[in-house]
Design a protein around this ligand. Structure first.
Ligand code: CA
Length: 228
C-alpha cells in the first residue's frame, strides 16, 4: 500500500517523527505546519489521506476538518486526527467535525501504520493493497496481476487502475469526471472522452472470458461495475 499523506503538525519534532514513520512504510509525505499551509498543499494536489493535528496555530484542526467536509472536492478525504487530548468528549467533537479516526499522542509507529491502513481501507479501498475478486475476476495490486477464470489478463497501467477502482467501488455509478479524479488523480487535464477510450480497451481485454459485461454504461451518467 502506498498513499500520499499530508501531515499537518506545527511541532517540528512530531512532524518529523510522523513523516519518517510514514515514509518508512512506503507512503509519500507532504508536510504542512498550519491549516493555511495545508490548504495551499491541497489546492495543488489532493492527498490520499490527511493526518491532522488538533492544536494548530491559527485555525484549529477541528475547524479545518469541518471546512474540508463542507467542500465537494475534499468531502471524502480521509482524515486521521492527531491529538494530545484523550478525553471522550473531545473524540466525539472530532468525529462530529468529520475525522475518520483518532490517534492520541504519544503514539507508537505501529499504531500510526495500523490507523492509516484502516482509514484508507474504509475510505479509499483501492489504496489498501488487498487483492479483490468478483465473478471469477481477480486483481492483485501487490503483484499487479489480473486473471479471469484463472487466465492471465494483460492490462496497461491506466486500464489496471481503472479496473482496480471499479472492483473496489462496485454497484455505484461514476461520471467520466469522477473517474478522471479517482483514477488519474485530480488536477490532471485529460479530456473526459479519454475515459471512453480506456473503458473500450478494458472491455476488449476482458471480452475473452465475457467479463466485459461487468462494466456497464449508464446512459447519460457514466459507468458502473456491476456484478450479476
Ligand atoms: Ca500542535
Amino acid at each position: 500500500m502506498s498513499a500520499t499523506v499530508l501531515v499537518v503538525e506545527d511541532e517540528p519534532q512530531i512532524q518529523e517523527l510522523l513523516a519518517v514513520n510514514l515514509e518508512h512504510i512506503g507512503h509519500q509525505v507532504v508536510r504542512a505546519g498550519s491549516a493555511e499551509e495545508a490548504e495551499a498543499a491541497i489546492r495543488k494536489a489532493l492527498p490520499d489521506v490527511l493526518v491532522l493535528d488538533w492544536m494548530l496555530p491559527g485555525e484549529s484542526g477541528l475547524a479545518f476538518a469541518r471546512r474540508l467536509r463542507g467542500d465537494a472536492r475534499t468531502r471524502d478525504l480521509p482524515i486521521l486526527m492527531l491529538t494530545a487530548r484523550a478525553m471522550e468528549q473531545d473524540k466525539i467533537s472530532g468525529l462530529e467535525a468529520g475525522a475518520d479516526d483518532y490517534l492520541t499522542k504519544p503514539f507508537s509507529p505501529k499504531e500510526l501504520a495500523a490507523r492509516i491502513k484502516a482509514v484508507l481501507r474504509r475510505r479509499a479501498p483501492q489504496l489498501s493493497g488487498d487483492a479483490v475478486e468478483a465473478e471469477g475476476l481477480r486483481l492483485d495490486p501487490a503483484t499487479r496481476r489480473v486473471s479471469a477464470n484463472g487466465q492471465r489478463v494483460e492490462l496497461a497501467p491506466s486500464e489496471f487502475r481503472l479496473l482496480h477502482f471499479f472492483m473496489t467501488h462496485p454497484e455505484r455509478v461514476y461520471t467520466r469526471a469522477q473517474l478522471l479524479d479517482h483514477v488519474w488523480g485530480d488536477h490532471v487535464f485529460i479530456e473526459e472522452r479519454t475515459v471512453d477510450v480506456h473503458i473500450r480497451r478494458l472491455r476488449k481485454a476482458l471480452a475473452a472470458t465475457g467479463h466485459d459485461r461487468l462494466i456497464d454504461t449508464v446512459r447519460g451518467s457514466g459507468y458502473s461495475f456491476r456484478t450479476d
